[in-house]
Design a protein around this ligand. Structure first.
Ligand SMILES: *[C@@H]1O[C@H](CO)[C@@H](O)[C@H](O)[C@H]1NC(C)=O
Ligand SMILES: *[C@@H]1O[C@H](CO)[C@@H](O)[C@H](O)[C@H]1NC(C)=O
Ligand SMILES: *[C@@H]1O[C@H](CO)[C@@H](O)[C@H](O)[C@H]1NC(C)=O
Ligand SMILES: *[C@@H]1O[C@H](CO)[C@@H](O)[C@H](O)[C@H]1NC(C)=O
Ligand SMILES: CC(=O)N[C@H]1CO[C@H](CO)[C@@H](O)[C@@H]1O
Length: 489
């Protein structure tokens, strides 16, 4: 493991670059453990834009909602960390409801965590291997009673008796009283933008300094002295000195730290939003009291890995698709090729989603939620959401080799948000030289010879899912009445 000398003096300046899940959580835990000189930089003016994707915030953390699930197959370390995170989410939700630590613009009626659970469905009758392992390990953790396999006829009755009737058959698939699917009653969702606002405000109230500004907060380059990084230079030309610089820039991390090549790569998932009018009967039907978070064909390849949410308070329903991961390979100045985020806020070419994504999303909606089409509900907005995948789907929290003074917290691989309240603890552990199995798992590493990667990275310009190669649709093509477009699908 690469390492920095543990920081013993809590007055040393620490710069955190990035105010998404990794950066916010690190700042909170640094402050909680007594570090007194922590500054977070981000080029997004989050105080104004409030982590709202539709307001130009294109970091993966700036989102409508994210899934909270403890079902993690054989990866019980994430399962157990989720249990821990959920306790914290409940506490944050509770403190909000008491009006404690209210971020500007939020009230005690705002919620950040909804425990509506996760419904899984696929084409096969029973659960797949990942789901079986999840149930087994959650049961071993003593929480078997929260798991409902509806292929067992008695389970629907048990769910109904436990007040979970809404989760027994959310897609109306039962035939002759025969149910299918699996309901994991642990977790549900968090409203990501509000959760970030809460965390940002918490950091601020703990004494963390924030520079959130398109120029003054924008990382330009490292500030180096005698071969050591001693801070950063921001786009306004200012130098910010630091004993330790933590890079937590999500999808933008590999662009700034090219040594991540092969360990992490930024890839895009596809997201679609539908607006359900308040006066539609579907507003009640798809509210979180009546409809759970769902996952379709988890770990199921290009025609699966779809997930979705109940509507939020504005009536927005979000669906995501990660069965195909897209890259945006760019030739760098040294002729290396590296994927870099491109979003509708940074490029006029991002007009919608790749057609494969549309086929899968539209196909799912038409098969499993036909009432949306019947009620004329359109896809109103789309998004390419840039994550940082590691080759083994594990996070990366470590010092950066051969860059003394720099540490990285990234590699979320599309599943880190749920850990917002707790992940920063490990960053601080690393800074203080406290070791653990978790940090060993997340240390700087390389694909071993013969090791099969979970995520195949760095296909470069040859990637068949490079955005340059796939056909893109436009969001307006997806309007329900657009038959000329639909006939091509
Ligand atoms: C969030 O807090 C509210 C108010 O205390 C409570 O009614 C609700 O059950 C809480 N939700 C969760 C998921 O803890
Ligand atoms: C579910 O299916 C039944 C039987 O086809 C139908 O009467 C009912 O309207 C459906 N409910 C929803 C919410 O789609
Ligand atoms: C969906 O889009 C079509 C075409 O733009 C429009 O006519 C229709 O009113 C929209 N539906 C809703 C519920 O807004
Ligand atoms: C329908 O889709 C076609 C083909 O992609 C596009 O040219 C047209 O502008 C779309 N029509 C509307 C009303 O959005
Ligand atoms: C800690 C633990 O019990 N892990 C188990 C999770 O499930 C897999 C597959 O069922 C087992 O192999 C692990 O031992």
């Amino acid at each position: 493991m690469a390492s920095n000398t543990p920081l013993t003096d809590k007055c040393f300046p620490i710069v955190v670059v990035g105010a998404g899940v990794f950066g916010l959580s690190s700042a909170i835990h640094l402050a909680k453990r007594g570090f007194q000189n922590v500054t977070v930089f981000d080029k997004q003016p989050y105080h104004k834009t409030q982590y709202d994707f539709e307001n130009g915030c294109d970091a993966a953390s700036a989102d409508y909602n994210k899934i909270i699930r403890a079902a993690y197959g054989h990866e019980t370390w994430y399962q157990d960390l989720t249990f821990d995170a959920i306790e914290n989410w409940k506490a944050w939700n509770e403190s909000l409801s008491k009006g404690q630590n209210l971020p500007p613009g939020m009230t005690d009626r705002d919620r950040i965590y909804v425990d509506c659970g996760n419904y899984h469905l696929g084409d096969a009758e029973g659960p797949n291997l990942f789901e079986k392992q999840s149930i087994e390990n959650i049961t071993k953790a003593g929480l078997g009673h929260t798991q409902y396999l509806f292929t067992d006829a008695k389970e629907a009755a048990r769910a109904k008796a436990n007040g979970l009737g809404y989760a027994v058959d959310p897609f109306n698939l039962s035939k002759d009283g025969k149910y299918q699917g699996y309901f994991d009653g642990i977790g549900g969702l968090v409203y990501a933008d509000k959760a970030c606002r809460y965390a940002l405000h918490l950091a601020e109230s703990l004494g963390v300094k924030l520079v959130l500004d398109r120029r003054a907060g924008s990382f330009e380059r490292f500030h180096e002295q005698n071969g050591k990084v001693v801070g950063i230079v921001t786009a306004d030309g200012k130098i910010h000195e630091a004993t330790l610089t933590l890079i937590a820039l999500g999808g933008w991390t590999p662009t700034i730290l090219p040594e991540m090549d092969g360990l992490c790569e930024t890839t895009a998932g596809s997201v679609a939003m539908l607006q359900i009018p308040r006066d539609s009967p579907l507003f009640q039907r798809f509210s979180p009291e009546n409809f759970p978070v769902w996952q379709y064909k988890t770990r199921g390849g290009a025609d699966g890995n779809l997930y979705g949410f109940p509507i939020d308070e504005r009536g927005i329903m979000k669906l995501g698709y990660r069965g195909t991961k897209y890259t945006n390979p760019q030739i760098q100045s040294n002729n290396k090729v590296r994927s870099a985020p491109i979003t509708k806020w940074t490029s006029p070419f991002i007009t919608g989603l790749p057609e494969k994504s549309i086929q899968v999303i539209r196909g799912f909606l038409d098969t499993y939620m036909p009432e949306l089409r019947q009620n004329g509900i359109n896809i109103t907005s789309t998004r390419l959401c840039w994550y940082t995948d590691s080759f083994d789907n594990q996070f990366v929290i470590d010092a950066v080799p051969n860059r003394p003074g720099v540490m990285v917290a990234t590699g979320g691989s599309g599943h880190a948000f749920k850990f917002l309240p707790v992940i920063g603890k490990f960053v601080v552990d690393h800074i203080e030289g406290i070791q653990s199995d978790m940090l060993k798992r997340w240390q700087w590493r390389q694909l071993k010879e013969g090791e099969k990667p979970h995520n195949e990275l760095m296909k470069g310009l040859a990637d068949q899912n490079a955005l340059q190669k796939v056909r893109m649709s436009r969001t307006e093509d997806l309007m329900l009445d657009n038959m000329s477009y639909r006939s091509k699908l």
